[in-house]
Design a protein around this ligand. Structure first.
Ligand SMILES: NC(=O)c1ccc[n+]([C@@H]2O[C@H](COP(=O)([O-])OP(=O)(O)OC[C@H]3O[C@@H](n4cnc5c(N)ncnc54)[C@H](O)[C@@H]3O)[C@@H](O)[C@H]2O)c1
Length: 258
């Protein structure tokens, strides 16, 4: 039996990049998967690809901005009305989103945007899905932080690193509060993973230098690939990890130790 058969997962930011990889892995492991993203074309293309080979009834495409509380509530309702059984929420939508710059150069609106998607969005999605998880007496919430929280580095990403540190706090607070309801809340902290999505955070030469420097500092000295994260995502989504909660798992080739 597949590890996730009978479970339903929501993957935010699932239209491209790492979220798309998570959606694909969860689907292959037997779950039904809602691909949720703010970019409609990405949602449609991702769902179309994932739904091939007779899997269309286990894939749902939903365009939604995770910072919009009403839209998030409607998204969760659609998923719970479509499928039953244990629920998995992968709070993946996010990223540094802005070019790297000195801390005083960010505007208040830019700060709010980065915190909004990475942190507030994760809280809003959890808030919307927790009632259904409580009814089930079981649930899995997986937040995505970053090893940059442990490093406080690279310089130029203050809002992002602050938001991802907030994700760690949210993970621990929700694990403590929701544990008695059978809801497990964990986070994964990836290292540096090049993805095909066009990025504007670092100039291309800076991105290559960063990648090589980080790979050299890891215990396993190679650049991380998306597949490195899929096993841990499946594990935290499955019954195999039912006594694991409130944890942040660094999946980074041994770059940081805390
Ligand atoms: N790639 C890395 O090196 C790395 C490292 C550590 C953490 N992460 C985290 O992993 C997650 C995915 O990163 P990625 O590299 O695949 O980024 P990406 O930019 O390729 O994908 C992010 C996705 O989130 C979506 N999104 C953005 N704002 C949204 C919103 N308001 N509502 C819904 N969806 C929204 C985007 O459209 C996109 O599809 C992010 O949270 C990122 O911070 C990535």
């Amino acid at each position: 039996m597949s590890t996730l058969e009978g479970r339903s997962a929501i993957v935010t930011g699932g239209g491209q990049g790492l979220g798309w990889e998570y959606a694909k892995r969860l689907l292959l492991a037997g779950a039904s998967v809602a691909v949720v993203d703010v970019v409609p074309e990405a949602v449609a293309a991702a769902a179309d690809t994932l739904g091939r080979n007779g899997r269309a009834d286990r894939v749902l495409a939903h365009t939604c901005d995770v910072t919009d509380e009403e839209a998030v509530a409607a998204m969760v309702s659609r998923v719970t009305e479509t499928w039953s059984g244990p629920l998995i929420l992968i709070n993946n939508a996010g990223g540094a989103m802005l070019p790297s710059q000195p801390m005083e150069s960010f505007s208040r609106a830019e700060w709010d945007h980065v915190l909004g998607v990475n942190l507030t969005g994760a809280w809003l999605c959890a808030k919307a899905i927790v009632p259904a998880m409580r009814t089930e007496g079981y649930g899995k919430i997986i937040n995505i932080s970053s090893t940059m929280v442990s490093k406080g580095w690279p310089i130029g990403l203050a809002p992002y690193i602050a938001a991802k540190a907030g994700v760690v706090g949210l993970t621990r607070a929700l694990a403590k509060e929701l544990g008695p309801d059978g809801i497990r809340v964990n986070a994964i902290a990836p290292g540096y993973v090049p993805v095909s999505t066009k990025k504007t955070v670092h100039k291309p030469e800076a991105a290559i230098a960063l990648r090589e420097r980080i790979a050299g500092e890891q215990c396993l000295p190679r650049t991380q690939v998306p597949e490195d994260l899929c096993g841990p995502i499946e594990f935290l989504s499955s019954a195999e990890s039912d006594f694991v909660t409130g944890q942040v798992i660094n999946v980074d080739g041994g770059w940081v130790f805390d």
